[in-house]
Design a protein around this ligand. Structure first.
Ligand code: NAP
Ligand code: GCO
Length: 263
C-alpha cells in the first residue's frame, strides 16, 4: 500500500508564519507530522501559533534568522529537545528584491543570496548529522521558476534560486547514501504577500499588467494558491518518494511548459 503518512515525524519549516511555508506546514501536519517553524519576528511567530491553533495544529514556533549560524544551532537544539530529531526540513524562508541589476547595491544582492541560498545551506548543514544518526531524512528546498528562468529586476533572486536548485542536487548526491532525500519544490506564481505588488488592482480598477501577463503565460489561467503546494510537499516528505532524489518538482500550472498565449 502507498503510505503518505507522516505520523511520528518531526518537520521543521523555515518561514512558516504565513504564505507558502504556512500552507506546507499545515499539509505536513495533516499527514501526521509534528510541526516546528521559525521566522525572524516574535510577533509573526506568535500570530502564526494562534493561526495554527485555530486549525487544531499544536505547532512549535521559534524566532530564528536562517542566516545566523548560532541562532540556527540553537533552533535545531530546541526542536530536538522539545519534539525529537528532525526528520523533515523544509527550506522555505526567503525574500525577493525587484531592482534593476545595475541599480542594485551589492549589500542588497548579498542579502537576497544570504537568505535564499546561504540560509538553506546553514539549515541543511545543521540538520543532516541528526538525520544520518537516525537513518535518513527528507530535505525540501523551495526553489522557483527563477531556478530556470530570468526576469528583469530579479538578478539576485534568480542567482540565489538557481544556486538553490544546484545545492539541492548536490545534497542529494553527497548524502543520498545515508538515506537522505533532498528535492526541490518549484512554485509558479503563487498569491502570497511576496507577490502582492504584482497583483495590485490599478487606480482605474483594471488588473495589474503583470497579473494579466502571468494569466496569459499560465495554461491553468490562474495564479496558484499556497495550498496548491500541499500535496507535492507531502509527497516529497513521505516514504513514497524514497527513490526520488535531486529533483525539482515544479508546481506552476504549466507555465514552464508554455510559450504563452498569442496576444
Ligand atoms: P513570504 O510571503 O514573503 O514569506 C516569507 C517567509 O519567510 C515569512 O515567514 C518570513 O518571516 C520568512 N523569512 C524571511 N526571511 C527570513 C530569515 N532570514 N529567516 C527566517 N525566516 C525568514 O514568501 P512566500 O511567497 O510565502 O514564499 C515562500 C518561499 O517560496 C520563498 O522562498 C519564495 O522565494 C518562494 N517562492 C514564492 C513564490 C510565490 O509566487 N509567492 C513562487 C516561487 C517560490 P519574517 O519576515 O518574519 O522572518
Ligand atoms: C516575480 C515573482 C516570482 C515568484 C516566483 C516564481 O517577481 O517574478 O516574485 O519570482 O515569486 O519566484 O516562481
Amino acid at each position: 500500500m502507498v503510505d503518505f503518512s507522516l505520523k511520528g515525524k518531526v518537520a521543521l519549516v523555515t518561514g512558516g508564519t504565513y504564505g507558502i511555508g504556512f500552507a506546507i506546514a499545515k499539509a505536513l501536519a495533516g499527514a501526521g507530522a509534528k510541526i516546528a517553524f521559525n521566522a525572524r519576528h516574535r510577533e509573526g511567530v506568535d500570530k502564526a501559533l494562534a493561526d495554527y491553533g485555530a486549525l487544531g495544529i499544536k505547532a512549535h514556533g521559534y524566532v530564528c534568522d536562517v542566516t545566523d549560524e548560532n541562532q540556527v544551532q540553537e533552533l535545531v537544539g530546541k526542536v530536538n529537545g522539545e519534539l525529537g530529531h528532525i526528520n523533515i526540513l523544509v527550506n522555505n524562508a526567503g525574500i525577493i528584491k525587484r531592482i534593476p541589476m545595475c541599480e542594485m547595491g551589492v549589500d542588497e544582492f548579498r542579502q537576497v543570496v544570504d537568505i535564499d541560498l546561504i540560509g538553506p545551506f546553514i539549515m541543511a548543514r545543521a540538520v543532516i548529522p541528526g538525520m544520518i544518526s537516525q537513518g535518513g531524512g527528507k530535505i525540501i528546498n523551495v526553489c522557483s521558476l527563477m531556478s530556470e528562468l530570468g526576469r528583469e529586476t530579479l538578478s539576485a533572486y534568480a542567482a540565489a534560486k538557481g544556486g538553490l536548485k544546484m545545492l539541492t542536487k548536490n545534497i542529494a548526491s553527497e548524502y543520498g547514501g545515508y538515506n537522505i532525500q533532498c528535492n526541490g519544490i518549484g512554485p509558479g506564481y503563487i498569491a502570497t504577500p511576496q507577490t502582492a505588488p504584482l497583483r495590485e488592482t490599478q487606480a482605474d480598477g483594471s488588473r495589474h499588467p503583470f497579473d494579466s501577463f502571468i494569466l496569459a503565460k499560465t495554461p491553468a489561467g490562474r495564479w496558484g494558491t499556497p495550498d496548491d503546494l500541499a500535496g507535492p510537499a507531502v509527497f516529497l516528505a513521505s516514504g513514497v518518494s524514497d527513490f526520488v532524489n535531486g529533483q525539482i518538482l515544479y508546481v506552476d500550472g504549466g507555465i514552464l511548459a508554455y510559450i504563452g498565449k498569442q496576444p
